[in-house]
Design a binder for this molecule. Structure first.
Ligand SMILES: *Cc1c(COP(=O)(O)O)cnc(C)c1O
Length: 388
């Protein structure tokens, strides 16, 4: 047991506000009864505001990956031509799900640490097709990059106007600017344990009228993840299968908090926190993984220097309560990642920077006490327009 209050800084599950945690302890209700229907309808209305959409939003009891799977099986058929734009491990996963279900997937992969290049996406769209769907990742958690989704979606509409645009927005939606309808996105997936400050267990999926048209003729095998069944149930305030009721209680409270803070304020807070982490890590001598023009404001990745003993370093961080994430895929052992989404403030991130700084000094590295915290705070203040 660690005596110190853990500072969980991984990109999901994220730490929860106390009121959200407590909401999960409430007595169960009948998931086919009136209380649940009222709860689900309220939650869906609030999710739509954060999605910035008039489309249906459905709640699936599953990890985010289940939401992605529902997006593939509900709208597509085996043999459909799909362009999967991938910039990291989660983009690869989305492509893999489509492949497993028999889609004809063309992968457009970019170097890890870079965003998708819209010009190359245009070339790839022109070179193949006819495309049934394009898979995009809004925020690639494995490489700490936010893709230019608006630009990418515009190009898809231009070159392949009929193609469905399916977006994995699991680690960005609810934290950074996002526009489902204004950007013309057909299916957008998110997950409760990321920006939403809720325990894992629920995935959210928005569905456009164009996507529902595709659902009517989609032939991929499906049962649990059939979104058409979810839509039918949602019309009477229900879900087709027993939902994660406790997580719904939490989501209701978290969305109320988010509504009180306001979408724009939430975006500003994440921008400030992201700037702080990047400046702090840089001041500590770390090299960042992400192309700075597309650096994510919800997660930051840094290279582990060759002369830093990662095990000793991470062990000391853990003793002081700071929990960070490692690398995924071919970045395993090469980078570490700090999650900064959901229930996170600038002072909380300054604390994480202080722990990193203290730990590096204890390991004998040439770090100036206070330098990283200062750099991080100045960056946050600049982002908030409170310093020059
Ligand atoms: C976390 C995450 C997922 C997967 O979510 P699970 O809940 O672990 O299945 C998918 N895509 C992105 C971008 C993520 O950050």
């Amino acid at each position: 047991m660690n005596r110190f209050e853990p500072n969980l800084r991984i990109p999901g599950p994220t730490s929860l506000p106390d009121a959200v945690r407590e909401a999960g302890a409430r007595q169960m209700v009948n998931h086919r009864g009136p209380e649940f229907a009222v709860l689900q309808n309220r939650v869906i209305d609030r999710l739509k505001a954060f999605y910035k959409t008039q489309n249906d939003v459905l709640i699936v009891t599953a990890a985010g990956t289940g939401g992605l799977e529902s997006a593939i099986v509900s709208f597509l058929s085996p043999g459909d031509k799909i362009l999967a734009v991938t910039i990291g491990a989660f983009g690869d996963r989305f492509a893999k799900i489509a492949t497993v279900y028999g889609a004809d997937v063309t992968k457009l992969a970019f170097e890890w640490g870079k965003a998708a290049d819209p010009a190359k996406a245009r070339d790839a769209l022109r070179a193949g097709g006819p495309w049934k769907a394009v898979l995009l990742t809004q925020n690639e958690t494995s490489t700490a990059i936010t893709n230019p989704i608006e630009e990418l979606a515009k190009i898809v509409r231009e070159v392949a106007p009929e193609a469905l645009i399916l977006v994995d927005a699991i680690s960005g939606l609810g934290a950074v600017p996002f526009e489902t309808d204004a950007w013309g996105l057909d299916v957008v997936v998110s997950g409760s344990q990321k920006a939403w400050m809720v325990a894992p267990g629920l995935s959210f999926v928005s569905v456009s009228p164009r996507a529902w048209k595709a659902a009517a003729v989609a032939r991929m095998p499906k049962f649990y993840f059939d979104l058409a069944a979810h839509k039918t149930s949602a019309e009477s305030g229900q879900t087709p299968w027993t939902p994660a009721v406790a997580v719904m209680f939490q989501l209701d409270v978290a969305l109320e908090m988010m509504e009180q803070e306001g979408l724009e304020e939430i975006w500003k807070r994440h921008a400030a926190v992201g700037a702080a982490v990047r400046a702090g890590l840089t001041a500590l001598g770390f090299k960042l993984l992400a192309d700075s023009a597309f650096a994510s404001d919800t997660v930051t990745g840094a290279w582990i220097p060759e002369d830093l003993d990662w095990k000793a370093f991470n062990g000391k961080l853990r003793k002081l309560g700071l929990i960070v994430a490692g690398g995924q895929g071919n970045l395993k052992g090469k980078i570490f990642r700090i999650g900064h989404l959901g229930h996170v403030t600038v002072p909380a991130i300054l604390n994480a920077m202080a722990v990193l700084e203290q730990t590096l000094i204890e390991l004998g590295r040439p770090v100036t006490p206070g330098a990283a915290v200062e750099a991080a705070q100045v960056a946050a203040l600049k982002s908030l327009g409170l310093a020059k």
